[in-house]
Design a protein around this ligand. Structure first.
Ligand code: KG4
Ligand code: ZN
Length: 313
C-alpha cells in the first residue's frame, strides 16, 4: 500500500491506496474558508495551516489501516506554493525515514492525470488529456502511465482562475468556480456574447473574456442579471476549452479524450464533452489519492532527505 501526502495549495490531503489503484482512504481538509476573506490563497497562511493539519489528516487517512501496512510514502514535490509544499515534503520525509520506507516524489500535474488510473474505472493510455485547474490549463498527449507531452497551455490565466475571477466579479465569493457553475444553470447562456480568444497553436487565453465580463458588469444591474452573466461567461470558457481539446485530439489522432483538474468538475464542460473520460468529482479537485496513484509509476528518490520542492513545472 501507498500513503500519499498533498499540500501544494490550500488543501491538506492524505490518502492510502493499494498497488492496483484501489482507494482505501482519501482525506481532504480544505482551507478555503480561511482564505476567502482575502479573495485568494495567502501562501504564508496556507503553509501555517498545513503545519497544523498535516498530522491529524495523515492520522485520519491511516485510521482504518496502520503504518505497518504501508510499503511506500509518496508526496507532491511541485509545482505549487513552495512554503505549502515544504510542509508535506517534511512530513513525508519524517515518516519515510522513521519507518525506513522508500519516498516517491510526485509532480502535481502527473498526479491530476493519474486520478484517471484509480479504481473502479481506470482509463488506459494513450489519450488526449485536458488538465484544467486553478493553476494550470494544459493539453497533454498521454502515451503511458509515467509521462506526458505538453501540446498547449494558457498564455495568461488558468481556466479555474478565470472561473474564480468571474465569480468574484459576480459577488460569489472565493473559490467561486463551483458556485458559478450552479448559478449558470439558472441563466441564459445566450444573453451576452462574450468572446472566445483565438490564439495560435493549441494554446489558450482567458484574459479577454474576463475583461469582457468586467465591462458587462459595470454597465449592468448585476443583482438582476447575475445568472445570465454567469451562464454566458461559463459558456465562453467552456467553448474555448472544448474547441481546443477537439482540435488537439484531431491533431494527434487521439482515440480517447480525458479531462482532469478542478474545472473538470464543471457540469457544462462535462456535458459538452460527453465522450471524455473523467474521474469522479472528488478526484478532480486536489486530493492525495491521485498523488498515490501517480507514485505507482515513478521511481523512489535515491536520496530522499535531499528532496526539495519546486514552484513551477
Ligand atoms: O485542481 P484544483 O483543486 O486545484 C489546483 O490544482 O489548482 O482546482 C481548483 C479550481 C478552482 O479554480 C475552482 O474554482 C475550480 O477548480 N472549480 C470549478 C468547479 N469546481 C472547482 N470550476 C468550474 N466549475 C466547477 N464546478
Ligand atoms: Zn491541482
Amino acid at each position: 500500500m501507498i500513503l500519499a501526502i498533498e499540500t501544494s495549495c490550500d488543501e491538506t490531503a492524505a490518502a492510502v491506496i493499494t498497488d492496483d489503484g484501489g482507494i482505501v482512504s482519501n482525506i481532504v481538509a480544505s482551507q478555503s474558508e480561511l482564505h476567502a476573506r482575502y479573495g485568494g490563497v495567502v501562501p504564508e497562511i496556507a503553509a501555517r495551516r498545513h503545519l497544523e493539519l498535516v498530522s491529524p489528516v495523515v492520522g485520519e487517512a491511516l485510521a482504518g489501516t496502520s503504518l505497518d501496512a504501508i510499503d511506500r510514502i509518496a508526496v507532491t514535490q511541485g509545482p505549487g506554493l513552495v512554503g505549502a509544499l515544504l510542509v508535506g515534503l517534511a512530513a513525508a520525509k519524517g515518516l519515510a525515514w522513521s519507518r525506513g520506507l522508500p519516498l516517491v516524489p510526485v509532480d502535481h500535474l502527473h498526479g491530476h492525470v493519474s486520478s484517471l488510473y484509480l479504481q473502479p474505472d481506470p482509463v488506459e493510455p494513450p489519450f488526449l488529456c485536458l488538465l484544467a485547474s486553478g493553476g494550470h490549463t494544459l493539453l497533454l498527449d498521454v502515451q503511458d502511465h509515467a509521462r506526458f507531452r505538453v501540446l498547449g497551455s494558457t498564455l495568461d490565466d488558468a481556466a479555474g482562475e478565470a472561473f474564480d475571477k468571474g465569480a468574484r466579479l459576480l459577488g460569489l465569493g472565493y473559490p467561486g468556480g463551483a458556485a458559478l457553475d450552479r448559478l449558470a444553470a439558472e441563466g441564459d447562456a445566450g444573453a451576452y456574447d462574450f468572446p472566445v480568444a483565438k490564439v495560435s497553436g493549441l494554446d489558450f487565453s482567458f484574459s479577454g473574456v474576463k475583461t469582457a465580463l468586467l465591462y458587462a458588469v459595470r454597465g449592468t444591474d448585476v443583482e438582476e442579471r447575475r445568472a445570465d452573466l454567469a451562464a454566458s461567461y461559463q459558456r465562453a470558457i467552456v467553448r474555448a476549452l472544448v474547441d481546443r481539446t477537439r482540435e488537439a485530439a484531431a491533431q494527434i489522432g487521439a482515440e480517447q479524450i480525458a479531462i482532469v483538474g478542478g474545472v473538470a468538475a464543471n457540469s457544462e464542460l462535462r456535458a459538452a464533452l460527453p465522450e471524455a473520460k473523467a474521474a469522479p468529482l472528488a478526484l478532480c479537485t486536489d486530493n492525495a489519492a491521485m498523488i498515490a496513484s501517480a507514485a505507482r509509476f515513478v521511481a523512489a528518490a535515491p536520496d530522499p532527505l535531499r528532496l526539495d520542492a519546486y514552484a513551477v513545472a
